[in-house]
Design a protein around this ligand. Sequence first.
Ligand code: MN
Length: 235
Amino acid sequence: MSTETLFAPPPPVTAAIVGHRARFPVHRIYCVGRNYEEHAKEMGFTGREPPFFFLKPADALVPLEAGQTGSIPYPSLTKNLHHEIELVVAIGRGGRDIPAADALSHVYGFAVGLDMTRRDLQNDMKKQGRPWCIGKAFDQSAPMGPIQPADGVGDITRASISLTVNGQLRQRSTIDKLIWNIAETIEHLSAAWTLQPGDLIFTGTPEGVGAVVPGDLLVGSIDGLATLAVRIDGA
Ligand code: MN
């Protein structure tokens, strides 16, 4: 079989790892919807429902180095670009039908991520019962800081998570407020897809989502992880 390709294959998507020269090769980006109660409420939903998932393409990732302030363009088509600060789980060992009790052994590490969202387009699609892709899976929609290996993090479930925009606090919560915790999320996700090393899971955002405009500086923090700083480029 020929290994020649018609044109150059896309370069691999990789993320920085704190304290390592080697980089984390990214396979897929899974995202969990409405996984904090107060955010579900602000989006008009109440009650615990089974977790649901969507994906972003791996090359939507904007991987940042420790200490770097990155930038993303203000995307096309939208007039309502929203920030969603999220804990990202990096999978180091794959598997399917992983029970929650074993799930944390599949985790390589954690990072701070932003699930940037074209909210107006997402809402249009929701209303029509159509897929969310255009609202969620656009180019450069997933800025993420370097991955901190899990053994250096301590108890992530007790961490606080927050986002400021131009120094003003917009989102603040704690990881223990996840409706479906990390282990339960991996159990549900691995029942639907075979997880692979290199998969990233954006675990959902707490309340306080809102719009950003060109020039805004977003700074996301989770205790124990490298801070994520991203500027929205001018139009
Ligand atoms: Mn999200």
